[in-house]
Design a protein around this ligand. Structure first.
Ligand code: UT7
Length: 329
């Protein structure tokens, strides 16, 4: 018998209905479909519309779909880790709000903030509660209502982000399937290139902060791009090397979807063929914590038991990381 590993036993996702196309963005900012498509690979993204809707509302249908698929009730969940950069409110944690909305009465939970690497960090954190024997069912949610912090007057930023959410259930496995390894990194000196200037304890909201549009995501795209290309590829290559895997051993690469050019660079560095790279950026854009679980959800039917799957992410912070999974079903 193998040691206890944390295996993903179900995944699900939710993307809101409203489709914001490149053509519609042309009416908001000085841009065009050709520029967005060639620089990012994005054609459209989803937006959660409606007063009083929040990130937890993206998570409810995703989690309810997962529970139905797995055939379990919400009260069976031990722990909810909600990876998000756009919590419903600064506090309490969106994990608590979600638990209340779905009826996860026996769960404790917390939010995890690691920007676009959040879901990989969340899986790694959740896995340790399973591996230690402490918990049997850990729900890891990755979701963002990015439209709530995007400045639709900033053409360099508004074109890449969208709203969406996905989730995965982690359960113990003693047959050698599940999370095999992870490489997790952060470097806070990168914070100046991608952050939100106001709304935190450093600069609480004032009329001035609102007037200066400081409650939106601020990104120096070119610099972030340079770090993302190098670091995401580095950790993806590192996890292969330290697990003695070559390109042929990898069934799928599931990368964070920020820019198609960053994804291509990572796949090239790993030496893996485009046919093994999971890409849905053209339909959802960058949903921050939602990208990887949305990919897992959409590709679930193609994954086979025993597939080696590499996840790789890079995000604000900076944060970045990779994870090797042996798919369990
Ligand atoms: O999610 C994790 C963290 N984020 C990322 O990984 C995102 C990383 N960054 C990127 O993906 C890219 O930097 C962007 C897609 C954000 C921008 O693409 P870029 O190729 O780096 O463009 P740029 O900022 O260097 O701008 C190139 C030119 C500029 O014009 P000039 O100065 O060369 O005349 C921009 O003003 O393109 C212009 N530009 C645009 N033109 C049309 C910038 N945004 C647009 C736009 N439409 N939307």
């Amino acid at each position: 018998m193998h040691k206890i590993q944390a295996a993903i036993t179900a995944v699900h996702g939710y993307a809101p209905e409203y489709v914001l196309t490149n053509h519609e963005l042309e009416s908001l900012v000085e841009t065009n479909d050709e520029w967005i498509t060639s620089r990012t690979g994005i054609k459209e993204r989803r937006i959660l519309k409606g007063e009083g809707t929040a990130t937890s509302d993206l998570a409810v249908p995703a989690v309810e779909g997962l529970l139905k698929k797995r055939g379990i009730g919400a009260e069976e969940i031990d722990l909810i880790i909600f990876c998000t950069t756009t919590p419903d409110m600064p506090f309490p944690a969106t994990a608590n709000i979600l638990a209340d909305k779905i009826g996860a009465k026996n769960a404790w939970g917390y939010d995890l903030q690691a920007a676009c690497s959040g879901f990989v960090f969340g899986l790694a954190t959740g896995a340790s509660f399973i591996e230690s024997g402490k918990h049997q069912k850990v729900l890891v949610v990755g979701g963002d209502k990015m439209s709530s912090i995007i400045d639709y007057q900033d053409r360099a930023t508004c074109i890449i982000f969208g709203d969406g959410c996905g989730c995965a259930l982690l359960e113990p496995n003693t047959e050698g399937y599940g999370v095999v390894d992870s490489v997790l990194k952060s470097d806070g000196s990168g914070r100046e290139f991608l952050h939100m200037k106001a709304g935190g304890s450093l600069r609480p909201a004032t009329h001035d902060s609102v007037d200066k549009r400081e409650h939106y995501a601020y990104q120096e795209g070119k610099t972030v791009f340079k770090f993302a290309v190098t670091n995401m590829a580095d950790v993806a290559a590192e996890i292969m090397e330290r697990n003695s895997l070559v390109a042929d051993d990898i069934a799928w690469l599931v990368p964070h979807q920020a820019n198609k050019r960053i994804i291509d660079a990572t796949a090239n560095r790993m030496g893996i063929d485009e046919s093994k790279v999971v890409i849905n950026i053209e339909r959802y854009g960058n949903t921050t914590n939602g990208t990887i679980p949305l990919c897992l959800w959409e590709w679930e039917s193609k994954f086979k038991k025993g597939d080696n799957i590499v996840l790789a992410a890079f995000g604000g912070g900076f944060t970045w990381g990779s994870m090797l999974l042996k798919w369990a079903y």
